[in-house]
Design a protein around this ligand. Structure first.
Ligand code: TF8
Length: 334
């Protein structure tokens, strides 16, 4: 009897030890909305994130990515997260300033001077502080992925100095800081959702747009543009946002896996961008576009002319936020 009991205990014990190691994980289908296309480095990031999730959750946490704005534009998708009807989005911070004005700090012209500098600010305390504000708006920021340094493309003339912007119809994101930056340079700036940009360029409803090389490449803007100028006028981050309403229903293990794997994905995405940037520029040139790099002198003139935008938007962004990031950058640059 005693022997039998022992044996049963051993079996029960053995069973529980062999019980699924992923009991803390439920089958989850996580829809991730993207405005850009799958061949953008975000695609590589999502793959790396999925591999990490597979390992941690035994295949239970599944990302299903949607591309090319199939689930709506950045803003629309973000609102779907806030109301708890969609899980995730990879979005630029810029179209979200109507929800969280402080995010406008990243739109200030010529704020960051290098990707490394941006990573230090975004992956550190300052980035955490902004994530806190996002959380208050119902959005869990799983990490700062990269959109990157933005350059100008247009169909009318080479831009080599700020005077060349005069009267140019430039599409800007739905964001007053970008609007003012280009208005201030003499352009006729038009806010527009990303999904409308290609056809607006194609029909000449607008002359110009500004985005990183990898986007000019993967969204095929080079097919409908003639000139590119490396302006590096702003570095915009991507946010990997999760619906807080949905996130809060997940187990702590699921939440931790998502947070950790989003960082694995981020690192892969940033790495691929660095490589693709050069290849995209080559592709743009091969497509026959004329590429200009602003001289240091012209870059300095544009930067100086753009500084009025900082003062104009400081109160809306929050003086503490603007002063905070400038102090941090000063510290990094020492
Ligand atoms: C823009 C942004 C976009 C991204 C993308 C739609 O120009 O840079 O490329 O936010 O997700 O609107």
């Amino acid at each position: 009897m005693r022997k039998m009991l022992l044996a049963t205990t051993a079996i029960a014990f053995g069973l529980s030890a062999a019980a699924p190691a992923f009991a803390e994980f439920n089958d989850r289908n996580i829809r991730v909305s993207n405005g850009i296309n799958e061949d953008h480095p975000v695609g590589n990031g999502i793959k790396a994130m999925q591999a990490c999730l597979d390992e941690k959750s035994g295949g239970k946490l599944k990302l299903t990515a949607f591309w090319g704005g199939a689930l709506g534009g950045d803003l629309q998708a973000t609102q779907a997260l806030r109301s708890g009807v969609q899980e995730a989005v990879v979005t630029s911070s810029s179209p979200l300033v109507g929800i969280i004005p402080a995010l406008g700090v990243f739109d200030l012209p010529f704020l960051f001077a290098s990707p490394e500098e941006a990573y230090q600010v975004l992956d550190g305390e300052f980035g955490d502080m902004m994530s806190q504000k996002l959380e208050e708006a119902g959005l869990v920021n799983l990490g700062y992925w990269e959109n990157g340094f933005r350059n100008l493309s247009n169909s009318v003339r080479p831009v080599t100095k700020w005077e060349d912007f005069e009267g140019m119809k430039v599409r800007v994101m739905q964001n007053d800081i970008f609007l003012d930056t280009f208005q201030n340079l003499g352009a006729n700036a038009t806010p527009m959702a990303f999904g409308e940009v290609f056809s607006a360029l194609e029909t000449n409803a607008i002359d110009a747009q500004e985005n990183p090389y990898v986007t000019i490449d993967t969204s095929k803007f080079y097919e409908v543009q003639k000139y590119v100028t490396e302006t590096n006028h702003a570095y915009t981050p991507f946010l990997f946002l999760f619906s807080k309403a949905i996130f809060d229903t997940y187990t702590p293990e699921e939440q931790a896996a998502l947070r950790e794997c989003a960082i694995v994905g981020r690192d892969e995405e940033r790495k691929v961008i660095q490589d693709l940037n050069k290849k995209s520029l080559e592709k743009i040139k091969e497509a026959g576009l004329e590429v200009n790099v602003l001289s240091e002198e012209e870059q300095a003139r544009i930067r100086e002319k753009s500084m009025v935008v900082y003062e104009k938007h400081k109160a809306t962004i929050g003086a503490d936020v603007v002063d905070g990031i400038l102090a941090k950058l000063e510290e990094i640059r020492k």
